[in-house]
Design a protein around this ligand. Structure first.
Ligand SMILES: C[S@@+](CC[C@H](N)C(=O)[O-])C[C@H]1O[C@@H](n2cnc3c(N)ncnc32)[C@H](O)[C@@H]1O
Length: 396
């Protein structure tokens, strides 16, 4: 495959791989080690700000047949003078991030100092190195130092088997834009849970499937809550259709989406209605189902076995009845991505909803990804007992 672009994956790389596979198809992707994926899609054809579970988009530069840090440093220093020619005169910021390689942050710092010296020797005096506290710079460092801009550069060194792959970051996840549309919304509700906008994007992308198929989707979220999925669907240019059992939530979604249209210029009007997802009849057309179903109560400590049994049972019934109700109303082939609850015990064991074993009986096929096993499709934070399993299915 002719590598034209590189995606650096987020905290849960398998979910990132599944999202890319869903959008572009496995035939256009090739994993580069555990943390990155190369593709034959040209950079200019990728709308990176629609992708939730990749952190960086990068331009492939070169590979070397070694993963030894000393060889990597030598290669970077050799290539650097010609790379500097592309950066305009004046203040320059440089950074480096390493993936999967045996290296310490202090070695990256040392490389930065050597690079600075070399740049000086080539007449570039106003150079700032963005210091590594970790082996990878964080998104804020890349974004706020303008490393993807005209006067910045971040070099990525990625372990690829017994080779090292070099790439240059051209886009970074815009954490500021995500924070603005997460924290700026007028109506938030800690009880229904805060779905991060980037996870909402991933759920939508897993739900729509191939980007090339159609761009005029209408996304139904039957558990819309405060409307994060609907918001992200509208920003992606899709139509949005939300329902929720709670009238208050529909009111919250309406207010949040009105805010979105004034702050972000979204033009399409969403459809919003009160309805119990286990019995509601959706009267308006939709082409994709995406959302986060009832997740059960938030847990501060691991419940006693009978309590846990009861919590799992409640979530299981709601999602089962919802899928049965939905199956009667959607044509064969309709694709859905629903975040359903999974529980993470203090020892790190994952408990899944029993209904996952009955998907076929309920009228659905599970969509499987070559870059992610079913088990890896659980979005979780190490310290949280309630996790979200990203279930991707199609109507049989
Ligand atoms: C985890 S929250 C979803 C939060 C949402 N993603 C957001 O952006 O705020 C689940 C939502 O499902 C709703 N809900 C619970 N049972 C329901 C049912 N049977 N039918 C429809 N909605 C239901 C709750 O009112 C809640 O808003």
């Amino acid at each position: 495959m002719d590598h034209k672009s590189i995606f650096v994956l987020g905290r849960q790389p398998a979910i990132g791989r599944a999202e890319l596979e869903s959008l572009f198809g496995a035939e256009h992707l090739e994993p580069i080690g555990d943390y990155a994926v190369a593709s034959d899609i040209p950079l200019q054809d990728i709308q990176f700000d629609r992708i939730g579970s990749s952190i960086r988009l990068a331009k492939p530069l070169s590979t070397i047949n070694t993963t030894k840090w000393a060889d990597i440093v030598r290669h970077i220093m050799r290539e650097m003078p010609k790379n500097m020619d592309y950066i305009p005169e004046g203040k320059v910021k440089l950074g480096v991030s390493a993936y999967g390689l045996k290296v310490e942050p202090r070695q990256l710092l040392r490389l930065g100092l050597e690079a600075k010296k070399l740049a000086r020797a080539h007449g570039r005096t106003s150079i700032r190195i963005v210091p590594n506290t970790e082996v990878t710079l964080n998104s804020a460092q890349v974004l706020h130092n303008g490393l993807t801009g005209e006067c910045g550069r971040e070099t990525l060194c990625i372990k690829y088997g017994d080779k090292t792959y070099f790439a240059q970051t051209v886009a970074i996840q815009n954490i500021d834009a995500y924070a603005r549309r997460d924290q700026g919304r007028p109506k938030r509700d800690a009880y229904v849970g805060m779905l991060p906008p980037k996870l909402a994007q991933t759920i939508i992308n897993l739900g729509t499937g191939p980007l090339s198929a159609t761009s005029d989707h209408v996304v139904l979220d039957a558990f819309c809550g405060t409307g994060v999925i609907l918001q992200e669907a509208l920003l992606m240019g899709y139509g949005a259709y939300g329902s929720d059992i709670e009238p208050r939530m529909i009111d919250y979604s309406r207010k949040n989406l009105e805010w979105l249209s004034t702050t972000h210029g979204t033009s399409t009007d969403p459809i919003l209605e009160v309805g119990d997802a286990t019995s509601h009849r959706w009267q308006h057309p939709f082409s994709v189902v995406a959302g986060e179903s009832y997740l059960g109560r938030a847990l501060k400590q691991w419940p006693a076995p009978d309590k846990l049994h009861e919590i799992i049972g409640t979530c299981n019934i709601i999602i089962t009845k919802f899928l049965e109700n939905l199956a009667e109303q959607i044509p064969s082939g309709t694709r859905c991505c629903i975040a359903v609850t999974a529980w993470q015990s203090p020892e790190g064991r994952i408990l899944h909803l029993p209904m996952l074993d009955r998907l076929e009986d309920l009228g659905y096929n599970r969509v499987r990804f070559s870059g992610a096993s079913d088990k890896e499709m659980v979005y979780r934070r190490p310290d949280q007992l309630v996790a979200r399993e990203l279930l991707v299915i199609t109507r049989k």
